[in-house]
Design a binder for this molecule. Structure first.
Ligand code: PRT
Ligand code: MG
Length: 211
């Protein structure tokens, strides 16, 4: 029997996903957090895990290099979600995508294009295009919170959970673009060709399915 491959990322997604899998009787052969191995077998002979960078999960699943994956809705929106089914909202790793900045930042930029620093370039462009607001995007890969403080941007588009990071940097959230949670995604071909096993795994992920 061919193995099904489930793509996960270290950090929040793995932390929230492993307990779900454990409830369904699926445990990794080695602890992904303690290991540098990126391909990990599980207690089920027909299922293995791929440990990826969070932003790469939809790419591996879309190309069929993984049959299924768990990724944040933010990552899926930014990827575009083509060639992916999204059958299940896992309700884990929850947060909000927000526009944030120093107090008064929006008013200060009212008469010119808004300078937006973010790693979510696609999401930010869509959001402001829908409002007909002119913007200038500054693509960053991390530490977005710094951008308004050092005058690199008027606002950031970033994820917020507790709000502690914004607060610690003197920023406030102005607008919520979208509520975010982690989703199970499935490769379209795998959904057809491996329908039974894929459905079984989707069921295993449903919180109520395991009693
Ligand atoms: O970290 P890396 O660059 O490798 O990749 P990644 O940031 O994409 O991965 P990871 O594991 O950090 O996040 C995976 C997914 O978790 C994201 O795609 C989101 O869907 C989800 N998630 C949930 C979050 C948060 N909550 C969150 N708080 N992702 C990031 N954050 C950041 C936030 O931007 C802030 O900088 O965590 C920091 C703390 O947030 P506060 O508001 O609690 O202070
Ligand atoms: Mg991170």
């Amino acid at each position: 029997m061919t193995q099904l491959t489930l793509a996960l990322s270290k950090g929040r997604i793995l932390e929230a996903t492993l307990p779900r899998l454990a409830e369904a009787g699926i445990t990794p052969a080695i602890d992904p957090d303690q290991s540098r191995e990126l391909l990990i077998n599980t207690s089920r002979d027909d299922l293995r895990l791929l440990i990826l960078r969070a932003t790469d999960v939809p790419t591996f699943v879309a190309y069929g290099a993984a049959d299924m994956g768990v990724a944040g809705k933010d990552v899926l929106l930014e990827h575009g979600g083509r060639d992916l089914y999204e059958p299940l909202d896992l309700g884990i790793a929850g947060c909000r995508l927000v526009v944030a900045g120093l107090p008064g930042a929006l008013a200060a930029a009212e008469r010119r294009p808004l300078r937006v620093a973010t790693k979510f370039v696609g999401i930010a462009r869509d959001y402001y295009a829908r409002q007909g607001r002119q913007i200038e995007i500054i693509k960053l890969y991390g530490s977005m919170e710094l951008a308004p403080i050092v005058g690199l941007a008027d606002v950031i588009v970033d994820l917020v959970d507790t709000g502690n990071t914004l607060k610690a940097n003197g920023l406030e959230a102005f607008e919520t673009i979208q509520w975010i949670s982690a989703r199970l995604v499935v490769n379209k071909a795998a959904q057809k060709l491996e329908n039974e096993r894929v459905r079984e795994l989707i069921n295993a992920f449903e919180p109520d399915a395991n009693g």
